[in-house]
Design a protein around this ligand. Structure first.
Ligand code: TRP
Ligand code: SF4
Length: 333
């Protein structure tokens, strides 16, 4: 077992604060403890959006820009883009040959994705061969670096499981000890819902972007759902029934802020509008430095580009070492 972790995200464009709290902040901490690889899974985007690629490159750049702003450090982590590490595709071929058909067909996320595609919301019309191979491609991402741990959310654990199965099968078929079995490292994260109380996402129009201005952040927070039974300003409020705003306070406020807000709400001494104005200031304070850093990278796209290309070169070196072992085990040229 090595000390390596790897994880990735699809290029969905500018990220929201749910990505920050749920994923990136965790990566930023992990990079101090592990040899870390973080990548943009742009080939994975093609599994559902093969016919909608015009923003793909910019979306990848936006994702990396957000990561850097949040504190991923190219001196500590290898930051790369999947399609700039073509070794991934070669490993995918070997793995696809040994993966039983029923392993990919039972992938639980596949059913959800198929539903989205059938509903016409997914961007494409066809369920392709490449989509079926999604878990194999993800296994290739992980095994290419022989990562010991894969920090992911609960929805991706099944994919790490299949990666373990594929690693074991490869080793056993070729009588080799090429791959170790990676383990999921469940994110220690705080979940944040969108301002309407549903899952935060750009397609729901309920998100706050890391890159948003203070004004638009405040505007969004003013839309946050509160205690629905509180109609007039001097009605007594119930923080535990305040569906969104108070939950945000619990994420962004200090213990003291939370206590004070609770008291003011329960005694009817603060109105929801004022409460949310204070909350917006808190949220903006939390993202101030990150947003300044983001601005810097936005103004210096050549730096982001350099980080992507040199990270991808570095990733290729490690990947080539793994592939050498793989070719030897498969007894291929
Ligand atoms: N499937 C992941 C997602 O949708 C992205 C991903 C692709 C990934 N390859 C990976 C994550 C390898 C971790 C490791 O979020
Ligand atoms: Fe929620 Fe604040 Fe309104 Fe109380 S005062 S219901 S905590 S928004």
């Amino acid at each position: 077992m090595n000390n390596r972790i790897m994880s990735g995200m699809r290029p969905t464009g500018k990220l929201h604060i749910g990505h920050y709290l749920g994923v990136i902040d965790n990566w930023v901490k992990l990079q101090n403890k592990y040899e870390s690889y973080f990548f943009v899974a742009d080939w994975h985007a093609l599994t559902t959006k093969y016919n909608k690629t015009e923003n793909l490159r910019q979306d990848s750049i936006d994702v990396v820009t957000d990561w850097l702003a949040c504190g991923l450090d190219p001196d500590k982590s290898t930051i790369y883009v999947q399609s700039l590490v073509p070794e991934t595709a070669e490993l995918h071929i070997y793995l696809s040959m040994i993966t039983p058909q029923h392993w990919v067909e039972k992938d639980p996320t596949l059913k959800d994705i198929v539903k989205i595609i059938k509903s016409g919301d997914g961007g494409s019309e066809e369920i392709t061969y490449g989509l079926l191979g999604y878990p194999v491609l993800m296994s290739a991402d992980i095994l290419l670096f022989n990562a010991s741990f894969v920090p992911v959310g609960i929805d991706q654990v099944a994919h790490v499981e299949i990666t373990r199965d594929i690693a074991r099968r490869f080793n056993s078929i070729y009588g080799a000890d090429v791959f170790n079995e990676p383990q999921p490292l469940l994110n220690e994260c705080s979940y944040i819902c969108g301002v309407d109380g549903n899952k935060m996402g750009k397609s729901y129009n309920n998100d706050i972007k890391i890159s948003d201005t203070e004004e638009s952040t405040a505007k969004r927070i003013m839309q946050a759902i509160t205690d629905r039974s509180r109609i007039r300003r001097d009605d007594l409020g119930h923080p535990d029934q305040c569906e969104v705003a108070f939950k945000y306070w619990q994420i962004f406020g200090s213990a003291d802020d939370i206590e004070k807000t609770k008291h003011a709400c329960e005694t009817g001494t603060i109105g929801c509008a004022d409460c949310k104005r204070c909350l917006a200031a808190k949220v903006n304070e939390r993202f101030k430095e990150i947003r300044e850093k983001r601005k810097y990278y936005e103004e210096h796209p050549e730096i982001v580009r350099d980080i992507i290309y040199s990270g991808s070169e570095k990733a290729r070196k490690t990947a080539q070492e793994t592939l050498k072992e793989v070719r030897k085990a498969v007894q291929i040229y």
